[in-house]
Design a protein around this ligand. Structure first.
Ligand code: GLU
Length: 287
């Protein structure tokens, strides 16, 4: 079967050296597998994403020498599809509305589905999810959380999921991951009406992604994605995580590091081969 992977940046700033490494890992993977690498714009977070950054992603990736099949999937055009997933999970009793804020959680309050949520209540939550899609900037009066306990019971949590992926990062079993006393994860944020987790798993299924290649900073999100795939009856791709480019102090590069954006490197006369070369990516000191 032809391997299909994707590069899925979020347009919240200019691409930097870390993105160059991520993009080259994805596109090289597809090249070596004689497969295909798609580009997907993950811009559902209207509080942080900007169209000019999307345009800059195309420009920077082309400068690096990459091309991708058209049309590109732009997630902000598909809120309705993501809301449907949330509605489905609420209707099946696997997700619930929650008014707790981050500071409530910090203060020790625990997330928990109400003991006997009524049918009418679930109906109201779904209606709100539907309405949020009509707005240009969707929002909800609450967040929606996945009921982890119920989800694990439903999702054959003991089955392994790393079929054929690289073994560089040990991925926990769904049970171990969920039993670490984590709060029920948010699957629809108040301020966007959905979440990265729903959008990314929905689109990986829709676009027939066979291999997800992404940074090690996603290792902890992968079990939740696998859980969602099982609940929705979607395929689980093979997951490959790669190391991140770090600064001299060993920290992950951030979008506020203006001096290592691809735009700034280009303007300072670096060529794509320089940028993509391993040593340059690894040692910020060389810049
Ligand atoms: N949109 C995510 C990011 O920009 C990547 C998601 C993924 O590869 O699964 O960090």
């Amino acid at each position: 079967m032809t391997k299909v992977t994707r590069f899925a940046p979020s347009p919240t700033g200019r691409l930097h050296l870390g993105h160059a490494l991520a993009a080259s890992t994805v596109f090289d993977f597809a090249h070596q597998a004689q497969g295909q690498a798609l580009l997907r714009i993950e811009d559902i977070d209207h509080t942080r994403c900007r169209p000019d950054y999307t345009a800059a992603i195309y420009e920077d990736l082309r400068w690096l020498g990459y091309s991708w099949p058209m049309p590109v999937r732009v997630q902000s055009a598909h809120y309705a599809a993501y809301a449907k997933v949330g509605i489905d999970l609420v209707q099946r009793g696997l997700a619930y509305s929650c008014a707790l804020s981050r500071s409530d959680l910090k203060a020790g309050k625990r997330t928990r589905r109400p003991d006997s949520p009524s049918h009418a209540e679930a109906g109201r939550v779904c209606e709100r999810l539907r309405q949020s899609v009509q707005l240009k900037t969707p929002s909800l009066p609450f967040s929606v959380r996945l009921d982890l306990k119920a989800a694990l019971r439903r999702a054959s949590a003991d089955l392994p999921y790393q079929d054929g992926g690289t073994q560089a990062y040990a991925l926990p079993s769904l049970h171990d991951w969920a039993s670490s006393d984590r709060p029920d994860p948010i699957i629809a944020r108040r301020d966007i009406g959905t979440s990265y987790h729903i959008a990314v798993t929905h689109d990986d299924q829709l676009q027939n992604i066979t291999d997800v290649v992404r940074g090690e900073d996603f290792v902890n999100q992968t079990p939740l994605h696998v859980l969602l795939q099982r609940l929705m009856g979607w395929r689980t791709p093979r997951y490959h995580h790669h190391a991140l480019v770090t600064d001299a102090a060993g920290r992950k590069l951030s979008k506020s590091d203006k001096d290592i954006t691809l735009q700034s490197l280009r303007e300072r006369g670096f060529n794509p081969a320089d940028v993509l070369s391993h040593s340059l990516l690894k040692t910020r000191g060389a810049l």
